[in-house]
Design a protein around this ligand. Structure first.
Ligand SMILES: [Zn+2]
Length: 154
């Protein structure tokens, strides 16, 4: 049965909505961010049951559901497991001007990946398996961008 909708062009309007908000990150991530801010150190936590080390730290092990209270300082080095080159500008969402690289970094001493920016290198030179080290901002505020980026190790 024909409908009046069959011959109507679909019109799409594009818009953006700014939604400012704030929230508590909780005690576990607060400790993680305080260590970044105050000491320039990346900490993770270890499951007492399976031994898995999480960074960023978690409240409970995602496999065992054990509470995670065993904190360990990580050396700040790791390996790029995967990455993408961001090539479009989005000043509200992106922390850097394009092009830049987001990567999943498996931190040395941890079993999980940390998503962060790869800097100090041409985006086209980033590779899976690249060894990287954390570079901290001189002025830190207690958030994930206290790590300025990860750069290739020499
Ligand atoms: Zn576990």
């Amino acid at each position: 049965m024909p409908s009046w909708k069959d011959n109507v062009d679909v019109i799409v309007h594009e818009g953006k909505i700014s939604v400012p908000y704030s929230w508590t990150v909780g005690s576990t991530l607060s400790r993680f961010y305080c260590e970044l801010r105050d000491n320039g150190k990346i900490w993770g936590n270890r499951c007492p049951s399976c031994g898995k080390v999480f960074v960023p730290p978690k409240i409970k092990c995602i496999d065992c559901y054990e509470d995670l209270h065993d904190w360990i300082a990580l050396p700040g080095t790791g390996t790029v497991e995967t990455y993408t080159v961001v090539r479009y500008e989005e000043p509200v969402l992106h922390p850097r001007k394009a092009p830049f690289v987001y990567a999943v970094i498996k931190m040395d001493g941890a079993d999980t990946g940390l998503v962060h920016i790869i800097g100090g290198v041409d985006p086209e030179q980033v590779r899976v398996g690249m060894r990287v080290e954390a570079v901290f901002e001189a002025k830190r505020e207690g958030n994930i961008l206290d790590i300025k980026h990860f750069r290739p190790m020499k």
